[in-house]
Design a binder for this molecule. Structure first.
Ligand code: NAD
Length: 495
């Protein structure tokens, strides 16, 4: 039984330790090691999390392997029923889950609610799979039928980052589990508590033991997952540095791998853009979740004279209250890294027109308020590297061509957007930027189900996307069956 989390405000509260969940039982790591889980708003330990090694990973994979044959044989409609119940439980416990997200991650309550609702949307897509996953068949010649069926892979695994404790796991679980696989989740050691609560809900929803398992830990547990030959497919969401390593190591054992990495998202603003729409969307994009989103705006490419729009963006950003409208930064090193980028850009000539360095959302915890850097040179780290904080770097350019060239020269390729009222400009940007998820007058162009989520270039390693139908295809394999029952001996196979 996983106890409910009782907090109903930002006031500091503790929660039970995060343990591994293997074959339906909670267990400590065999190493006996654990580390604190820090509430970023208070900078204090809310809980502890066990740190697993190879022996724990192997035990979780063995439990998932044992559960696979029976789960594979459950009809897909019945597998989906568990997720209908999970959806009900998440709705019923929405407030509790949102406070848990907020306490372990630092998001505002409103952002946390939105992330749980988005998780529910992912489940709803999963619940539609029995109606979508029928496969196809065709009589390809006289008496000869070809059929495609999507089959589960076996034991699969997912590794998730700190920034969306429940939503990113839910990018993977519905498609993988309703698809008939058994799953080992390795959540971020910074935010392991929502997954633990989720395990309790899965049990309540009737998921058989061993179908969903949790391994807590860091690098050692991820490496053991990569090396385990019984895992058929693995998805990773996190930084590019780690995603690249995990992609290469996991592939060595023949796993299907899909690793989503970091981002440096460029927004292009041209003079004809609608001022109010642009200001609202740009500010929401770079400050939402304190900029700790892979879809957050990071560079604003200001084409020509857009000072009137920048003035509106500045005014809007200055109204935001840190602690109320903007949540905490995940950790002390993360806060120092963000401030480091701002200090460096300022030293090298950028003008800090909105300064969040001294803003705080409370007496404790880790904070950076909205920050806008103007006249940033395109070659500075603040304009090229992932900052992962509420910082917008404005790079001034004369032409649209120049803006597109700068966007294209960045190694990442997660998202990009343009603000314009010209169809011609919008079309050009959508055709020419080197990014997998693009927006016109949309600050956070997240493809919603049934579309897949995933970037290009150094923002993704592997083919296909997560979420939506692409997610289902990643977690399954297509079997092609060709049959001929009306045996016509006088005809060739081509007839
Ligand atoms: P991270 O890469 O540090 O950690 C991600 C996961 O990898 C965690 O579970 C962690 O325990 C594990 N890990 C960390 N170091 C490891 C190592 N050396 N070897 C093996 N495993 C290791 O990422 P984070 O700080 O938790 O999350 C922020 C990053 O995630 C940002 O770069 C952000 O852009 C990215 N992100 C990307 C997407 C996307 O869809 N592309 C979505 C969310 C977050």
């Amino acid at each position: 039984m996983v106890p409910t989390f009782s907090a109903k405000s930002y006031e500091f509260a503790t929660y039970v330790p995060a343990r591994n969940y293997i074959g339906g039982e909670f267990q400590d790591a065999k190493s006996g090691k654990s580390i604190p889980v820090i509430n970023p708003r208070h900078g204090k330990a809310i809980s502890n999390v066990v740190m697993s090694g190879k022996a724990d990973v192997d035990a979780a994979v063995a439990a998932a392997k044992a559960a696979f044959p029976a789960w594979r044989d459950v009809p897909i409609r019945d597998r989906a029923q568990v997720f209908y119940k999970l959806r009900e439980l998440l709705h019923k416990n929405l407030e509790e889950m949102a406070w848990l997200v907020s306490h372990e991650n630092g998001k505002t309550y409103e952002e946390s609610v939105a992330s749980v609702l988005k998780s529910i949307e992912c489940i709803e897509f999963g619940c539609s799979l029995p109606n979508m996953a029928a496969g196809t068949q065709l009589d390809v010649s006289r008496g000869v039928n070809c059929q495609v069926v999507y089959e589960p892979l076996g034991v699969v695994a997912g590794i998730t980052p700190f920034n969306f404790p429940i939503m990113v796991p839910m990018w993977m679980l519905p498609q993988a589990i309703i698809g008939g696989n058994t799953f080992v989740l390795k959540p971020s050691e910074q935010v392991p508590l929502c997954s633990q609560r989720l395990a309790g809900m899965f049990k309540e929803a009737g998921l058989p033991d061993g179908v969903f398992n949790i391994i807590n830990g860091g690098q050692e547990s991820v490496e053991a997952l990569c090396d385990n030959e019984d895992i058929a497919a693995m998805a990773f969401v996190g930084s590019t540095r780690v995603g690249k390593l995990v992609y290469a190591r996991g592939a060595q054992t023949g796993k299907a791998m899909l690793c989503l990495g970091g981002a440096k998202n460029h927004l292009i603003v041209v003079p004809d853009a609608d001022v109010a729409v642009t200001a609202e969307n740009v500010v929401a994009s770079f400050t939402g979740c304190a900029g700790q989103r892979c879809m957050a705006a990071s560079v604003l490419l200001a084409v020509g004279d857009v000072d009137h729009i920048i003035t509106a963006i500045k005014a809007r950003a200055e109204k935001l209250v840190t602690g109320k409208d903007i949540g905490a930064i995940t950790s002390e090193p993360a806060r120092d890294r963000i401030n480091g980028y701002i200090n460096d850009a300022e030293k090298k000539g950028a003008k800090v027109i909105v300064d969040g360095r001294k803003q705080r959302g409370g007496d404790e915890g880790y904070w950076v308020g909205p920050t806008i850097l103007d006249n940033v040179s395109a070659d500075l780290p603040a304009a090229r590297e992932e900052i992962f904080g509420p910082v917008l770097s404005i790079v001034r350019v004369k032409t649209l061509d120049e803006a597109i060239k700068i966007e294209n020269s960045n190694p990442y390729g997660n998202a990009s957007a343009v603000y314009t009222t010209s169809g011609d400009v919008a079309r050009r940007v959508m055709n020419e930027v080197s990014a997998g998820m693009c927006g016109v007058n949309v600050g956070v162009p997240v493809p919603r189900e049934p579309f897949g989520f995933g970037g290009w270039n150094d923002s993704k390693f592997g083919s296909g996307d997560l979420t939506g139908w692409d997610g289902f295809r990643f977690w399954t394999r297509a079997r092609k069956i060709t049959t001929k029952w009306s045996l016509q001996k006088d005809q060739t196979w081509m007839s």
